[in-house]
Design a protein around this ligand. Structure first.
Ligand code: DAT
Ligand code: MG
Length: 128
């Protein structure tokens, strides 16, 4: 039961405006494809401020909340659903730490960015 659930586990990933602007969409998708995960949905969208405020509601008391919403609203983003065994946890490892300064080379944030407020990709951290 648990194994079956994990096999079909899905995660929500978003390539942020900086990742799109910097031309890193292909690089990021390639890493997940090469790892063995399956892309099951993908859409290039311009997210509304209301949608972003709701998406980041857990962070509303942090001083960077308004800036985060503005940044995510500043250009198109690539919203994706990826599927596979333990994709939530493994995906977070592939992303690296929230702050690129703590991300080791090899991770997406470790290899491709330097600033926490421009960390190019967002990923779910749980089934919820
Ligand atoms: P993660 O993106 O690793 O899940 P999070 O959910 O805690 O991390 O934060 C969401 C985003 O908020 C993160 O990708 C960038 C921004 N953020 C987090 N901490 C920040 C900080 N100290 N300064 C500026 N932006 C921050
Ligand atoms: Mg998060």
């Amino acid at each position: 039961m648990r194994a079956a659930a994990a096999l079909s586990e899905r995660t929500f990933l978003v390539i942020e405006p900086d990742g799109v602007r910097r031309g890193l969409v292909g690089e990021i998708i390639e890493r997940f494809e090469q790892k063995g995960f399956k892309l099951v949905a993908m859409k290039l969208i311009q997210a509304s401020e209301d949608l972003l405020k709701e998406h980041y509601i857990d962070l509303k008391d942090w001083p960077f909340y308004d800036g985060l919403v503005q940044y995510m609203h500043s250009g198109p983003i690539v919203a994706m659903v990826w599927e596979g065994l333990n994709v939530i946890k493994t995906g977070r490892v592939m992303l690296g730490e929230t702050n690129p300064i703590d991300s080791k080379p090899g991770a997406i944030r470790g290899d491709l960015c330097i600033q926490v407020g421009r960390n190019i990709i967002h990923g779910s951290d749980s089934v919820d």
